[in-house]
Design a protein around this ligand. Structure first.
Ligand code: NAP
Length: 505
């Protein structure tokens, strides 16, 4: 059967009619349907329904007109009578649908709306109420073409109620658009249409969001490939908090797309990891019907995840952190791909056996780096601003520790920065190593990848060193994750390019 339903809805939140008309044109290649938010327009005569003709003539896609009541997120206060008349008459004459809040249905009904063009909606911007089923039942008493329920997810667990409701509506053959707003609700925006939701909303080229958690139509279409997703699509995620700026979805989804694999990689904001494992991950207890194959684990869960797993790979065990979970045959296995990722960019550049290495910093990334270097037979000294704090790391891997200002006392083969110094917004014009020290080093490797060209790398190149940037590690550790989850080697150049674009659009 050919799928004819719309999936991606471009929300237009322009303030002038002229800008809205241009946006309607721009939406053509990016969305399947448009929601025109009339309540955002500053120069619109709401009393004159005819004005919609000028806005909607030659529309390239079906259009939903919405003029939201200010109590349900509307941008300006518009007289109730004028607002409802504009919507009801506007849908009859110029648009394909109008959206009217359930709370105002009775008043709108008197205006004899075309029920085949009516979307009845309910919004809760503060929470996902416990009585979602009752709300749905109450709404269904109002005849309409589509029911829309948008609530706020305060944690990822709230999405489950939305998915349950979608399943119920599908069984009852009721057309429902259900979603959870906010970062924690993103799963519903991304997986909703594949589970029966009428559509999912997106912004146009980074324009204003009409609700929290909305992402762009371009991302929905090209990054998450919404149109291809089915309830059977295998799912990989990144679990952490925050996750919305992660480059990982760009890396993995671009690789899935290049290999034409039916997989999707989703950001999942998780605060309570134990709850998430119980309700979403553990095959015996999970409440969401999805083919979850694994996920990346990021801040702040890399250590806390360990007791929740069935097996932990020895490398991850020794480092004391898991950044990758594989769900296979009902079992949860933990890995750490940072070690491989950290060392891989050095392979082919230098023989690590016997190499003299300085590692600056003694945090989480340093553990992976030091472990990898020692395993490869390198001699390592950890340089830290607080030697006492760095001692446990040095002791656990049997390496030396030294104060930061002693770098450059002797010659070095490799220097690796594992501190955030040089990162955008964090001492980004600072270099922890002097020019004279750099001139005695063969290779300088900076784990920071944003910016790609850090001050340390600039100075090192000027001092004649070979330089390696953090993007190489980011891509290498992701490549190993990809192999663990899919069994395939990813297209490295595609991943690298996707990461580059994400970090430097
Ligand atoms: P972390 O656990 O917080 O450790 C940071 C380390 O840097 C600590 O030892 C800290 O020392 C030290 N440090 C911070 N500011 C410093 C300064 N001004 N001078 C000297 N030392 C300083 O962080 P992490 O997870 O290891 O991450 C560190 C960096 O590596 C981040 O920028 C991250 O983006 C990057 N990274 C990159 C990749 C990649 O794929 N390329 C992977 C992982 C991490 P104190 O303990 O004294 O504060």
């Amino acid at each position: 059967m050919v799928e004819t339903r719309p999936k991606v809805c471009a929300v237009i939140t322009e303030e002038t009619a002229e800008a809205a008309k241009l946006a309607i044109k721009r939406a053509a290649g990016l969305a399947d349907i448009i929601e025109l938010r009339l309540d955002y327009l500053r120069d619109f005569d709401f009393e004159n329904v005819e004005r919609l003709h000028g806005l909607l003539e030659n529309k390239p896609l079906p259009v939903i007109i919405t003029c939201r009541d200010s109590s349900e997120g509307g941008w300006q206060k518009i007289d109730e009578r004028i607002r409802l008349r504009l919507l009801v008459e506007g849908a009859k004459r110029f648009a394909d649908y109008c959206d009217i809040e359930a709370a105002h249905y009775k008043k709108a009904e008197r205006l004899l709306p075309d029920l085949s063009k009516l979307i009845v909606s309910y919004h809760d911007f503060t929470k996902t109420p416990d009585n979602l089923n009752e709300i749905y039942e109450w709404m269904k008493r109002f005849p309409a073409a589509v029911y829309k329920i948008a609530t706020r997810a305060n944690h990822v667990g709230d999405t489950l109620a939305v998915f349950r409701l979608l399943k119920r509506a599908l069984d009852e053959k009721v057309t429902l658009l259900a979603l959870a707003m906010g970062e924690a609700g993103l799963l519903t925006r991304l997986l909703g249409p594949s589970r029966g939701s009428f559509l999912t909303f997106g912004t146009l080229d980074g324009s204003r969001k009409s609700a929290p958690g909305q992402i762009s139509c371009e991302e929905l279409k090209s990054l998450y490939r919404i149109h291809r997703l089915t309830p059977k699509t295998p799912i990989i995620g990144i679990v952490g908090n925050p996750v919305n700026h992660s480059a990982s979805p760009a890396l993995h989804n671009s690789a899935f797309s290049a290999l034409n694999r039916d997989f999707v990689y989703l950001p999942i904001e998780v605060d309570n990891l134990g709850d998430f494992f119980r309700r979403f991950v553990r095959p015996e207890t999970r409440e969401l019907d999805w083919d979850l194959r694994g996920f990346s684990v990021t801040i702040p869960h890399k250590i806390a995840v360990m007791p929740l797993l069935d097996e932990i790979d020895p490398t991850a065990q020794e480092i004391g952190a898991v950044n990758t979970v594989l769900v296979s045959n009902g079992r949860l296995q933990g890995f750490n791909t940072d070690v491989y990722g950290a060392i891989d960019p050095l392979r082919g550049v230098i023989d690590l056996k016997g190499a003299r290495c300085a590692v600056i910093g003694a945090g989480g990334a340093a553990r992976a780096v030091v472990y990898g270097l020692v395993a490869a037979g390198a001699f390592v000294t950890v340089f830290a601003r607080d030697v006492e704090k760095a001692k446990p790391l040095a002791d656990s891997f049997g390496v030396l520790v030294s104060p930061l200002d002693r770098i450059g006392i002797g010659d070095l083969d490799i220097l690796i920065n594992t501190t955030p110094v040089g990162m955008h917004g964090y001492e980004d014009n600072h270099c922890l190593v002097s020019h004279s020290a750099l001139s005695k080093i063969q290779i300088v490797y900076d784990l920071v990848y944003n910016p790609m060209e850090t001050r340390l790398l600039c100075d090192a190149r000027a001092a004649g060193c070979v330089t390696i940037g953090g993007l190489d590690m980011l891509v290498a550790q992701a490549a190993l994750q990809f192999k663990l989850w899919t069994g395939d080697n990813p297209p490295m150049e595609t991943m690298r390019e996707a990461a580059r674009k994400k970090l430097h659009p």
